[in-house]
Design a protein around this ligand. Structure first.
Ligand code: E4P
Length: 214
C-alpha cells in the first residue's frame, strides 16, 4: 500500500520523505489555507520530493475544472488533478482521462460514487472515512464495500483511503487491500513509535556501554 501525506506544508513533506517511505501528497483548499503561501510554489516544491501531488480544482463547473486542471497538469508531471465527486466533476474526469491527465476524485462518501468516478476514468478515488465516522457511520465499511466491488470488476482506478484520524485506520486500510492511504502529519509521526522499541534500545545502549567498559 502506498503511503501519502495529507498536507500542504513543504517542510512536513521533506521530513517524512526523508524516512524513505513516502509515495505522495494530497492537498486540499483547507490545508492550503493553513499554509497561507503561494499554492503553485508549494506544489512545485512538493513535486521535487514525491512522485504524486494532488492539487484540487476550485471551479464547480466542468469547463472551469478543465481549465484549472489543465493548467495544474502543465506545472509538473507529478501533479494529479483533484476533482470533486459531482456530475460536473465526472465530466471533467472523463475529459482528463481522454488527455491522459491523472485525476484524484475527492469527497467520495458512497460505493455508487466510487463506481461512477472509476467508470469516468479517475486514476484515483478518495473515500473520506474519518468524516463518515464523525457523523456516526462506519467509514471502514465503505472501504470494505469498495474493495469487494473492485475485486469483482476490472477497475484500474486506485482506492485511496482519505480523512484518516489515527494509526488503526491505516492498518485497517492495508488489511482491506486499499492501494493508497493518505495520512495527516501528526498521525504519520505516530506510526514508527513503540514504547517497547524505546525501552529495548535504551537497554541495548546501556549494556553496550558496559561491554566497552570491560
Ligand atoms: C484527502 O485527500 C483529504 O485532503 C483529507 O484526507 C481530508 O481529511 P479531513 O476529513 O481530515 O479534512
Amino acid at each position: 500500500m502506498k503511503l501519502f501525506l495529507d498536507t500542504a506544508n513543504v517542510a512536513q513533506v521533506a521530513e517524512i520523505s526523508s524516512w524513505g517511505v513516502l509515495d505522495g501528497v494530497t492537498t486540499n483548499p483547507s490545508l492550503v489555507l493553513k499554509e497561507g503561501k503561494d499554492f503553485k510554489k508549494n506544489v512545485l516544491e512538493m513535486c521535487k520530493l514525491v512522485p504524486c501531488v494532488s492539487a484540487q480544482v476550485t471551479a464547480t463547473d466542468a469547463e472551469g475544472m478543465i481549465k484549472q486542471g489543465r493548467e495544474y497538469a502543465r506545472w509538473h508531471k507529478h501533479v494529479v488533478v483533484k476533482v470533486p465527486m459531482t456530475t460536473e466533476g465526472l465530466k471533467a474526469i472523463k475529459f482528463f482521462a481522454s488527455k491522459k491527465i491523472k485525476t484524484n476524485t475527492t469527497l467520495v462518501f458512497s460505493a455508487a460514487q466510487a463506481m461512477l468516478a472509476a467508470k469516468a476514468g479517475a486514476t484515483i478515488i478518495s473515500p473520506f472515512i474519518g468524516r463518515l465516522d464523525d457523523q456516526g457511520d462506519d467509514g471502514m465499511n465503505l472501504i470494505a464495500d469498495i474493495m469487494e466491488i473492485w475485486q469483482q470488476h476490472d477497475f484500474k482506478t486506485e482506492v485511496l483511503v482519505a480523512s484518516t484520524r489515527h494509526p488503526r485506520h491505516i492498518l485497517d486500510a492495508a488489511r482491506l487491500g486499499a492501494h493508497i492511504c493518505t495520512i495527516p502529519y501528526d498521525v504519520f509521526k505516530k506510526l514508527p513509535m513503540h514504547g517497547l522499541t524505546d525501552t529495548g534500545l535504551k537497554k541495548f545502549q546501556e549494556d553496550w556501554k558496559k561491554v566497552s567498559n570491560q
